[in-house]
Ligand binder design. Sequence first.
Ligand code: ADP
Ligand code: ASP
Ligand code: MG
Length: 398
Amino acid sequence: MSLIVQKFGGTSVADLVRIQEVAKRVAKTYDAGNQVAVVLSAMAGVTDHLIQMAEVLTDTPDKRELDVLMATGEQTTVALLAIALKKMGYKAKSLLGHQVRVLTDSSSGSARILDISGDAIRDLLDKGYIAVVAGFQGSDAMGNITTLGRGGSDTSAVAIAAAVNADVCEIYTDVDGVYTADPNVVPKARKLSTITYDVMLEMSGLGAKVLQIRSVEFAKKFGVPVHVRSSFNEDRDMERMVVAGVTVAKSDARITITKVPDQPGIAARIFQAVADAGISVDMIIQNTRSGNMTDVTFTVPGADYKQALEIEKKVAEEIGAEDVAGDENIAKVSITGVGMKSHPGVAARMFRALSEEGINILMISTSEIRISCVVEQKYAELAARVLHTEFGLDKKDG
Ligand code: ADP
Ligand code: ASP
Ligand code: MG
């Protein structure tokens, strides 16, 4: 007998027929003699719709209330699944975040999990119940409902798997695994039979939304085996490569401050100002100009772009820089793989492949197992396909 956590994403619970399919799959796992805790997302599109409703009322909805609102999406699906399972003759009970006791900090909309008690779930499992847990939500020390950031049900699932010491955390979604690139962008993408936590961390951080990055952090920290599976059954496979995958992220924006006086302490002021506003900076480049001037360019999350731009306009005035310009039409295209450490020339191949398609590289950043290039957003998908072919990741029959 194993203890299995099964998480079903939005498309897997998109309507009542799908919810009944989920109930059958869960029941099958239970009938095979396993204990099963299910973690659910909201029906596909529901979270977006809830946010849109709030935004009809105001451009800046109160963050606490937005969390209360968003959490209803998952409340709906857990109740429906529990109802479906009971109708099929199984013992099932739904649990909301605060009933499990998913304790988070108070950062509405992107709360971090501080602690999870496995007791409530274990208690149900030991009594022969299927536990049906609402993903994406928790509550803070004051009892306020919080949510974990978009895609956060993955994190709920892995964190719950860690809390109950599950044998495996299965993530059911609309693809049957982690691919060498988003299969919806790169049709020739191939499925990876395995991927290390570190490479998956990079890929999630770089736009592969198949697993929310925090779920991978949890999985790595607690050694939870995670299996990504399809709710709709397909199959493709591949062997090991220098580059494991290609990712695309369109969510960042670029800010350039021109003619910055080239003096010690100036860069600190530029970046301290955004840090103080809680905005994280990703890539940074500094170009030297003549006359003791530099241009400083960096990227920030799109959601923080307007605020960061305003902040830097003030800083630019204070430090006597010439101008601040921004650009939201960018995309970050990255290649990731542990094989890079031992294969020289990977970066050069990447840059050449992009240049052969006339794609200009605006910024570059690297880590031991990753190279990222910022390009114009209109080239994002083309760049992903070109790199996928260049590094031998294309399906052989495709
Ligand atoms: P769910 O609603 O089940 O959580 P998501 O939409 O959040 O599903 O994540 C699944 C999607 O992730 C896929 O449909 C696919 O388009 C996208 N994706 C991006 N990169 C990858 C990748 N490298 N491998 C697999 N899927 C990916
Ligand atoms: N329903 C939430 C979202 O759409 C959480 C999730 O799907 O993982 O972001
Ligand atoms: Mg998701």
